[in-house]
Design a protein around this ligand. Structure first.
Ligand SMILES: Nc1nc2c(ncn2[C@@H]2O[C@H](COP(=O)(O)OP(=O)(O)O)[C@@H](O)[C@H]2O)c(=O)[nH]1
Ligand SMILES: [Mg+2]
Length: 193
């Protein structure tokens, strides 16, 4: 996909703040620090668009980015950050689940997991939730450059076991591995809208 424009539009703290022009949306989901901002920046070839940071768990809102004036990337807050309070974790659930469950413009959800670790309990729960609700989704295993190809094969098998019936793409924001494959999935979902 040729990116002609990519623009941060707004942060939403509840559904009254969502965009309302009816363009299709691709959402990004994963635990804090999994590489979500890096993935978005890498897909869009915009270094600082989605904020990359070493301080996980900060963004507790839904961020909308408009791409090519024709669709949105929707960055959902990272989950599973141990240091946030219980109340905040509940807020995450409410906000993200409400978006995922009800958003008619949503055509594809991208669930990020760290390729270096087995999926967490929260990763598994989210994956089961997406399947139970018949959502169109894909799993992206991030930071693939940190593993040898042997290690990567092994860890992908582990992810397949914990997140069954999921299409998995391994990705590196550093090398660009997986980028064409992921854009192909995004393009196909946008066409179905
Ligand atoms: N080597 C490597 N590091 C990555 C990759 N993606 C993210 N990171 C690093 O992982 C950390 C968290 O990334 P970030 O995008 O902020 O994660 P987020 O909290 O999910 O948005 C940062 O230090 C990134 O530089 C990747 O593909 N390869
Ligand atoms: Mg981030």
């Amino acid at each position: 996909m040729k990116i002609t424009s990519a623009e941060f539009i707004k942060s939403a703290f509840n559904e009254t703040h969502y965009t309302d022009d009816g363009l299709p949306e691709i959402s990004f989901l994963g635990r804090s620090n999994v590489g979500k901002s890096s993935l978005i920046n890498s897909l869009l070839q915009r270094k600082g668009l989605a904020r990359t940071s070493n301080t996980p768990g900060r963004t507790q809102c839904i961020n909308f980015f408009e791409i090519n004036e024709s669709f949105y990337f929707v960055d959902l807050p990272g989950y599973g950050y141990a240091k946030v309070s219980k109340a905040m974790r509940k807020d995450w659930g409410k906000m993200a689940e409400n978006y995922l469950a009800n958003r008619e413009e949503l055509v594809l959800s991208i669930q990020l997991v760290d390729s270096r670790h087995a999926p967490t309990e929260l990763d598994i729960q989210l994956n089961e939730w997406l399947k139970f609700h018949h959502k169109n989704f894909i799993v992206v295993a991030t930071k693939a450059d940190k593993l040898s190809s042997n290690q990567l094969n092994k860890t992908i098998k582990e992810i397949e076991k914990k997140l069954p019936d999921s299409k998995i793409i391994s990705y590196s924001a550093v090398t660009g591995k997986g980028k064409d494959a992921l854009w192909a999935e995004i393009g196909a979902s946008l066409q179905s809208f």
